[in-house]
Design a protein around this ligand. Structure first.
Ligand code: ADP
Ligand code: MG
Length: 219
């Protein structure tokens, strides 16, 4: 897989936005001219269903595949399927204990942890952070960052975002707000880029996400 970069969306909580971020990021990278594949590691298969929803409309701009097993098994599957892909985006199950979470962490070059600015998400993030930091001890080239998602302009959200700065993992220089465009694009099997001008603020947020991710790889 030579210079294929693997990005994993990891978090212990369901609903933090792993699938949403994986799909929007894949679409954004693809629009930026990169070859992208999404691998669905979650038994709930939301990313695969997202792409299925596109079957009758505009095809989703990145291939979405099912990926299972140990890190070695995944590596083999990716080698066969993701030939000449610049980025593989891994959409992971909402669990620290799941085998696929361990596999993803072993495979990835960049671990992104979407965090909804709420106290319960904050607590769940501590556990995932610990797991990632332990992995970074073994694999020093691993990059990792927290990504605020579903951000609303409330005092509580502001407080939580401030607390995020105290985590050992850096906070990515991007965030996704709470916007109906993100939920709506899932229903249509599209990304926010296919929703037209009404989704411009969401598109700009995903643009920033793409830049911040490329920046992590020195591009
Ligand atoms: N930034 C956002 N704005 C609005 N809705 C969002 C946003 N991020 C996620 N959602 C919605 O929240 C729900 C859970 O998101 P999802 O990406 O499936 O989380 P996960 O994969 O971590 O379980 C979905 O219905 C999704 O459409
Ligand atoms: Mg999901």
């Amino acid at each position: 897989m030579g210079c294929t970069r693997i990005i994993a969306l990891l978090s212990q909580k369901g609903g933090s936005g792993k699938t949403t971020v994986a799909m929007q990021l894949a679409a954004g990278l693809s629009l930026a001219g990169y070859q992208v594949a999404v691998a669905d590691l979650d038994p709930q298969e939301s990313a695969l269903r997202w792409a299925d929803a596109a079957a009758e409309g505009v095809p989703f701009p990145a291939a979405v595949m099912r990926l299972r097993g140990s890190a070695d098994e995944m590596r083999r599957s990716l080698q066969a399927a993701a030939n000449r892909v610049d980025f593989v985006v891994l959409d992971c199950p909402p669990s620290i204990e799941h085998l696929h979470t361990a596999s993803a962490l072993e495979l990835c070059d960049l671990a992104l942890v979407p965090v909804v600015p709420s106290p319960t998400d904050l607590w769940a993030t501590r556990g995932m952070e610990k797991l990632i930091l332990a992995r970074m001890g073994a694999q020093s080239a691993l990059r990792a960052a927290l990504l605020p998602n579903r951000v609303m302009r409330t005092a509580l959200a502001g407080d939580v975002l401030e607390v995020l700065q105290d985590f050992e993992l850096p906070v990515l220089a991007a965030a996704l707000s709470q916007r109906s465009a993100y939920a709506q694009s899932a229903v249509q099997g599209a990304s926010v880029y296919e929703l037209g001008r009404a989704a411009l603020p969401a598109q700009e947020e995903v643009d920033r996400l793409v830049s911040a991710v490329l920046n992590q790889f020195g591009e």
